[in-house]
Design a binder for this molecule. Structure first.
Ligand SMILES: Nc1ncnc2c1ncn2[C@@H]1O[C@H](COP(=O)(O)OP(=O)(O)O)[C@@H](O)[C@H]1O
Ligand SMILES: O=C(O)C1=C[C@@H](OP(=O)(O)O)[C@@H](O)[C@H](O)C1
Ligand SMILES: [Mg+2]
Length: 177
C-alpha cells in the first residue's frame, strides 16, 4: 500500500497544527509539525531564528526540513508553517509527493485567534494590536492566497470546527482514491 502524506497549508492561525494532530489521530498516522522539526534540528526557537538570522535563513531551514519530511517512507499528516508553500517552490514539492489541504478559515476568525494566542510563538505578529493583525493578514492573503489555492483539497465554509474538517476531509480523501 502506498503512503498517505497529507500536508496542511494556510494562514498562520488557521489551525494547521491543532487540526493536524487531530486528523493524524483519526487517520492513525504520525503527526509532524514543520516548525517543531525546524526547532528540534536547529535547537533554536522559531522566534530566535528570525531575530538572530533573519527570515531568509528561516526559509532555507524550512525548505530543508520539508524536503527531508516529504522523502519519508512513512505515512503522516504534516502541519506546514503559514509561509512554507510560498517560498523556494515548496508548493510544487508538496503537490508532487503529497496531498495538500488548504484550511481556508475566514480572516476575522484567524485574526481573533492570533490576537488571543501567545504572541511570542509567531514573530511576524509580535506586539501587534487587533487592527494591525487584521491588516497584516489581509496583506498576507493577497500574497499567499494564489499558492494556497494550488492545494489539491480546499476546506472552507462557515463551520471550521475540527470535527467538521475531519469528516469533510476524510470524505474528500476517499473520493480522490
Ligand atoms: N477550530 C478551532 N477553533 C478555535 N480555535 C482554534 C481552532 N483551531 C485552532 N485554534 C486556536 O487558534 C490558534 C492557532 O492555532 P494553530 O493550530 O497553532 O494554527 P496554525 O498552526 O495554523 O498557525 C491556537 O491558539 C489554537 O488553539
Ligand atoms: O506565516 C509565516 O510566515 C509563519 C508561520 C508560522 O507557522 P504557523 O502558520 O503554524 O503559525 C511559522 O512557520 C513562522 O512563524 C512563520
Ligand atoms: Mg502551526
Amino acid at each position: 500500500m502506498s503512503q498517505l502524506k497529507v500536508v496542511l497549508v494556510g494562514l498562520p492561525g488557521a489551525g494547521k497544527s491543532t487540526f493536524g494532530r487531530i486528523l493524524a489521530h483519526e487517520l492513525n498516522v504520525n503527526f509532524l509539525d514543520l516548525d517543531q522539526l525546524i526547532e528540534e534540528k536547529s535547537e533554536k526557537k522559531i522566534s530566535d531564528i528570525f531575530s538572530e538570522y533573519g527570515e531568509g535563513k528561516f526559509r532555507d531551514l524550512e525548505t530543508q526540513a520539508l524536503e527531508e519530511v516529504m522523502q519519508s517512507d512513512e505515512s503522516f499528516v504534516l502541519a506546514s508553517g503559514g509561509g512554507c508553500p510560498c517560498f523556494n517552490d515548496n508548493m510544487s514539492l508538496i503537490n508532487q509527493l503529497g496531498i495538500s489541504v488548504y484550511l481556508d478559515v475566514p480572516l476575522e476568525e484567524v485574526s481573533s485567534r492570533l490576537y488571543h494566542s501567545k504572541a511570542s510563538v509567531r514573530p511576524m505578529f509580535e506586539g501587534m494590536d487587533a487592527g494591525e493583525i487584521t491588516l497584516k493578514l489581509k496583506n498576507l492573503i493577497a500574497q499567499r492566497g494564489p499558492f494556497y489555492e494550488e492545494a489539491k483539497i480546499k476546506l472552507s465554509g462557515s463551520d471550521f470546527s475540527a470535527e467538521y474538517f475531519v469528516s469533510e476531509l476524510i470524505h474528500q480523501l476517499k473520493t480522490q482514491s
